[in-house]
Design a protein around this ligand. Structure first.
Ligand SMILES: O=C([O-])CC(=O)C(=O)O
Ligand SMILES: [Mg+2]
Length: 611
């Protein structure tokens, strides 16, 4: 066939395939489809489509309606392949784009420059968020290139804290689905719902039921912003390709009266299902996910309320590759900060006394991992090492006289002590060297609390972890001012540098965003089938090792996010190494240099040539 004739055929060869009433047009391009790529990392792999994207593998054939090789106007509307003005002259000829674009040809760098310029025109953070979501829906590679190259500036836009406001207003800003909504209406049909998602080679799912979105409480179905944001970070920070990431929101109703009465609310208008009804939906979901994507699919639980978070993790960690970011990711990032802080405060972890405000997923998760690390390092039983760790909840210090009425996850922390109601009194009684806020309640580290910490510690370690910024236990400025410049401070939401007494302090961001992208990459690239607590310790150690003398000099206990891909590769390598050591990694033979391997697996957002 002459190439001219072939080209015109390619343009018009619309093949209709369908299942049931569903029909989708596929444009066949036999010249370019089918270059088999080595499935090197398990992160990409499979067959490349006409534009070099990774598609189905032999194990996971593409169902007919998902192959779409676009050209012309459709190509400009396809966010996975669109390059906008960066289509070259030759590409414009080859893909029927002539006349559909203005004459100027741009580079990806120039596009970035223009976008950063226009983003900076918006004063309202939510407007920047919406602009970034629009970009993601228009030109995915440019979105990731921009995010990777400007990570410190854009993380607070697509992630915490702005994503919190986006969830609160999700009904008003919803445009197009960025993930799957699985509600009680889909009970009995979840496997079918999963098949509706256009991408088939999914490697990581972030799922929420919206009951505890950051420190903002029950946002029901509007919690979708969280899985979407977390998975953007999986790609930007951890290098997992976007088409392998699936955000899911499970909607079992909401107890948030404001949302139930909001005419723009997008979720089910009913009170939350609980008990057996909830458990059955989750069971069906977990089963369907494994059935559809196989044993090695990573499921990250995010922002579930305490009672469900612990139960789901406990239940499914034996049968699935599951990771709870709020319990385990937060624990790992905080432990990393504590390990690196030892360089500034001296001693070993075992020499310190820890007091938490907040005894939920984050608080008890961190406490348990600290106890485990000390137990490993000192060869003492974890029941012993827990004794230097104290928790305060809404009723006061967690003590043994309260044990009967405590939720099960608080019981291990009910030590012998007389009852103490207020945080300030607990600080004075316990005299902790480290104070950690995980209660989701803002402004609880008062001037008195911080002053008390500074009165018996030369360098009090203060971590205000609750998100978003409005829920932070104190601000960076408050911590430095009230401790007269002595505090070592880090927070879950970002704060800018603070000048106190002629010195500039740079607060670190103790956010699980440091951990989960690299952690997930490590699991995926090694084909790990179960998460083990020792992998969390391995991730913490890798992160702590990335803090430099220059960072310490500024009071930082975390490395800057600008190096995050390098850091993620180190975390991934340490996690994978531990998985191999524990016999939980299925990719054999083990790659020799795991750091290099992790780097080689990472998705690059640089445009590909379509010629
Ligand atoms: O999303 C974040 O910034 C950290 C986190 O997991 C939470 O606060 O629930
Ligand atoms: Mg979370």
């Amino acid at each position: 066939m002459s190439s001219k004739r072939f080209n015109s055929m390619r343009r018009f060869l619309g093949v209709f395939v369908g299942r049931g009433e569903r029909e989708v047009r596929i444009v066949m391009d036999s010249e370019k489809l089918g270059a088999v790529m080595e499935d090197k990392c398990g992160v990409g792999g499979g067959v490349q489509d006409a534009y070099g994207e990774d598609r189905a593998t032999e194990d996971q054939p593409v169902t007919p309606w998902t192959v779409s090789v676009a050209s012309g106007y459709t190509l400009l509307r396809d966010p996975h392949h669109n390059k906008g003005l960066a289509f070259t002259e030759k590409e414009r000829d080859a893909h029927y784009l002539r006349g559909l674009l203005p004459p100027s040809v741009s580079t990806q760098e120039l596009q970035e420059k223009k976008l950063m310029h226009s983003l900076r025109q918006y004063d309202v953070p939510l407007h920047r968020y919406v602009a970034m979501m629009d970009l993601q829906e228009r030109n995915e590679r440019l979105f990731y290139k921009l995010l990777i190259d400007n990570v410190e500036e854009l993380l607070p836009v697509v992630y915490t804290p702005t994503v919190g406001e986006a969830c609160q207003k999700y009904g008003a800003i919803f445009r197009r689905p960025q993930g799957l909504f699985i509600s009680l209406k889909e009970k009995g049909k979840i496997l079918e719902v999963l098949k509706n998602w256009p991408e088939k080679s999914i490697q990581v799912i972030v799922v929420t039921d919206g009951e505890r979105i950051l420190g903002l409480g029950d946002l029901g179905c509007q919690g979708m912003g969280i899985p979407v944001g977390k998975l953007s970070l999986y790609t930007a920070l951890g290098g997992v390709r976007p088409s392998a990431c699936l955000p899911i929101t499970i909607d079992v109703g909401t107890n948030n009266e404001n949302l139930l009465n909001d005419e723009f609310y997008v979720g089910l208008r009913q009170k939350r299902a609980t008990g057996q009804e909830y458990a059955e939906l989750l069971d069906e979901f977990m089963l369907a996910v494994k059935q559809n994507y196989g044993e090695k699919i990573l499921i990250q639980f995010e922002d579930f309320a305490n009672h469900n978070a612990f139960e789901l993790l406990e239940k499914y960690r034996k049968t699935h590759l599951v990771f709870n970011d709020d319990i385990q990711g937060t624990a790992s990032v905080v432990l990393a900060g504590l390990i690196s802080a030892l360089k500034l405060v001296g001693g070993t972890l075992a020499d310190h006394t820890f007091l938490f405000l907040g005894a939920g997923e984050a608080g008890t998760g961190i406490a348990e991992l600290i106890a485990l690390e000390i137990s490993r390092k000192t060869n003492s039983p974890v029941e012993e090492t827990r004794k230097k760790i104290w928790l305060v909840d809404s009723k006061g210090l967690v003590v043994s006289s309260r044990v009967e009425s405590l939720q099960h996850f608080k019981k291990p922390w009910a030590h012998e002590h007389e009852p103490v109601k207020e945080l300030l009194d607990a600080v004075k009684a316990i005299k902790p060297t480290v104070l950690i806020g995980t209660s989701g309640v803002g402004k609880t580290f008062t001037k008195d609390v911080v002053e008390a910490m500074a009165s018996f510690n030369a360098k009090p370690l203060i971590l205000a972890l609750s998100n978003p910024t409005s829920q932070s236990e104190c601000t960076a400025e408050e911590a430095y001012t009230w401790s007269e410049g002595h505090a070592i401070f880090a927070s879950g939401s970002p704060f800018g540098p603070v000048e106190y007494d002629g010195k500039v302090f740079v607060p670190g961001q103790a956010n699980n965003a440091y951990i989960f992208p690299g952690f997930g990459l490590g699991l995926i690239m090694s084909g790990t089938i179960r998460v083990h607590d020792d992998m969390l310790l391995a991730a913490s150690e890798a992160l702590a090792a990335q803090v430099t003398e220059e960072n310490y000099a500024k009071g930082l206990i975390y490395p800057p996010f600008s190096n995050i891909r390098k850091i993620s590769a180190q975390i991934a390598a340490n996690v994978a190494a531990k998985a191999y050591e524990l016999g939980l990694a299925s990719r054999l033979p083990r790659p020799k240099d795991l750091v290099k391997f992790a780097e080689s697996c990472m998705y690059s957002p640089i445009y590909r040539s379509y010629l």
